[in-house]
Ligand binder design. Structure first.
Ligand SMILES: [Zn+2]
Length: 264
């Protein structure tokens, strides 16, 4: 049996047997791993609040030969998304990250770039709380705008990192450069289309969203935190990326429905 440790983010848990939990967690070094947390429901102190989805922790676990589940021994919390108050919108967005990653990441396949993306958007999701001006700071902080920027950034980059986002400057069908105001997406295929190849059920991607997507693919998430992020901004870009992810997964994401009910 080999004992392993890695930075990890908890994705999902579900009960099994009497007091055990199965835990799906995304480790930096070994990719997504599924393990069993013995007696996690009986002895709260062993894991404390560390089994909440989107908790960042040092995971200690043991791999047994020829067994699908590892034995999860310990999670040392690095950062919990619930250490500050979290509103409904942020909670729904955290659930979305967890569901997408749990569904899309193959097991035991390290994905360092996805891991770094997740840490960056987690910080932006929970950091974008209403700001209390402090006397020592005369510089106004970013406007409090909910989790919409982080959600947009995550969805766009997951689509790119999973190979579902062809070059967005050109029409996927004919390769011609796309023109502002005539950028389309549809439910049938990945990528963006010109007016000629948009297909019958196409939606238009607004100029702001198209430019934003191009900027987001070149800059870190933090670079967008100071911009105004009303709920409706880039809603069409999020719909476009969600369609790609759901088409790839061949199912609807429950957490995306919750976000839609909140108007996001
Ligand atoms: Zn075209």
């Amino acid at each position: 049996m080999s004992v392993l440790t890695s930075e990890a983010v908890v994705l999902r848990t579900w009960p099994v047997h009497e007091a055990d939990l199965i835990v799906s967690f995304f480790t930096r070094d070994y990719g997504r791993v599924k393990g069993i947390a013995k007696s996690a429901l009986k002895s709260r102190k062993r894991f404390g609040g560390a089994l909440e989805p989107m908790t960042v922790a040092h995971a200690f676990f043991a791999e047994k030969p020829r067994q699908e589940l590892v034995r999860l021994d310990q999670l040392e919390i690095i950062r919990s998304p619930l250490s500050t108050p979290v509103d409904h919108a942020r909670m729904a967005v955290l659930s979305f990250y967890a569901e997408v990653l749990d569904e899309i990441l193959p097991e035991h396949d390290p994905q360092e770039t996805v891991f770094r993306l997740l840490l960056a958007v987690l910080e932006q999701t929970t950091a974008a709380q209403p700001l209390v001006p402090s006397p020592s700071s005369l510089v106004p902080g970013p406007p409090s705008s909910g989790p919409w920027m982080a959600l947009t950034y995550f969805s766009l980059w997951m689509t790119r990192l999973m190979g579902l986002l062809p070059d967005i400057a050109h029409c996927t069908a004919c390769g011609e450069p796309l023109a502002t105001g005539a950028v389309h997406f549809n439910t049938l295929g990945d990528g963006l289309f010109c007016a000629l190849h948009r297909g019958g059920t196409a939606n238009i991607l607004t100029p702001d969203s198209w430019q934003l997507a191009q900027r987001m693919l070149r800059a870190p998430a933090a670079a967008f935190a100071a911009e105004p992020w009303p709920r409706r901004r880039a809603q069409d870009l999020r719909r476009f990326t969600l369609q790609s992810l759901e088409r790839h997964l061949e199912r609807h994401l429950r957490s995306a429905e919750a976000i839609a009910r909140l108007g996001g």
